[in-house]
Structure formats: C-alpha cells, structure tokens
Ligand binder design. Structure first.
Ligand SMILES: N=c1c2ncn([C@@H]3O[C@H](COP(=O)(O)OP(=O)(O)OP(=O)(O)O)[C@@H](O)[C@H]3O)c2ncn1[C@@H]1O[C@H](COP(=O)(O)O)[C@@H](O)[C@H]1O
Length: 104
C-alpha cells in the first residue's frame, strides 16, 4: 500500500457514517482533534526512538503517518501538495549539491 492509496481511503471516510469507521469517527470530531491525535502519536514515536525500540518505533511511525494523513484530510490539504513541496526542496538541494561540487 502507498501513502497515496491510504490518503484516498481516508478522504473517502470524510463522507462516511462515523459509526462505520474509526477514521470517519476521528474526522467527525474535527480538525483540532485530528491535530491533537497526530501530536500524541508523534510523542509516542519520539519515546520509542529515544528508547531505541525499533519494533516500537516502526509501529508508532505507522501511527504517525496515518494520523498525519488524517490531519491533512481534515484541513483539505492534498497529499500531492506536500509531495510537490518535497520535490521542490529536492530540486533546490540538487542545485546546492552541484554548486558544492563545482567549488571543489
Ligand atoms: N492505518 C490505519 C490506522 N493506524 C492507526 N489507526 C487507528 O488509530 C487509533 C489510534 O489509537 P490509539 O492508540 O490512540 O487508541 P485510541 O483508541 O484512539 O485511544 P484514545 O485516544 O481513545 O485514548 C487506533 O484505533 C488505530 O486502529 C488506524 N486506523 C485506520 N487505518 C487505515 O485507515 C484506513 C481506513 O480505515 P477505517 O478507519 O477502518 O475506515 C484503512 O486503510 C486502515 O487500515
């Protein structure tokens, strides 16, 4: 499964009956609650990283990615916009790398 596919599923839950789905229930609670959940999951991932619990970090990272997508969906921010932002940064970083190489 890709993040795109998961995001598409999450978007579809915006119109779903909250009793039918955890995601629909969370979205129905509003963007602030979605942001709060993202914050909680992020802290849990940080704790696993600090402990160097790789299995725990893997599981919490999955929760972080899922809740990030829910938060984006709640605020109508397309995942493609985030990916475009990363791509633009990569392009800039490429230019910086080339500039660095030409200096040496
Ligand atoms: N990837 C996930 C996913 N990751 C985490 N979670 C849920 O996120 C919740 C986080 O739980 P917490 O540990 O915070 O426990 P909690 O029950 O919320 O606890 P409290 O906040 O109430 O204290 C759990 O209920 C998890 O099931 C997810 N729920 C759904 N998905 C995917 O989202 C898509 C839509 O799923 P539905 O929600 O079933 O429509 C599907 O592709 C699912 O696989």
């Amino acid at each position: 499964m890709t993040l795109d596919e998961l995001y598409t599923t999450i978007l579809a839950r915006k119109d779903a009956d909250p009793s039918s789905s955890w995601t629909a229930q969370l979205l129905a609670k509003g963007p602030e609650k979605c942001a709060e959940k993202f914050g909680e999951e992020s802290v849990e991932a940080i704790i696993e990283a600090v402990k160097d619990d790789k299995a725990g970090l893997t599981s919490e990272a999955a929760d972080v990615l899922y809740h990030l997508l829910v938060m984006l969906a709640a605020r109508d921010v397309p995942l493609s916009d985030v990916m475009d932002t990363l791509a633009a940064r990569q392009a800039t970083s490429g230019i910086a790398e080339k500039a660095g190489r030409s200096r040496t």
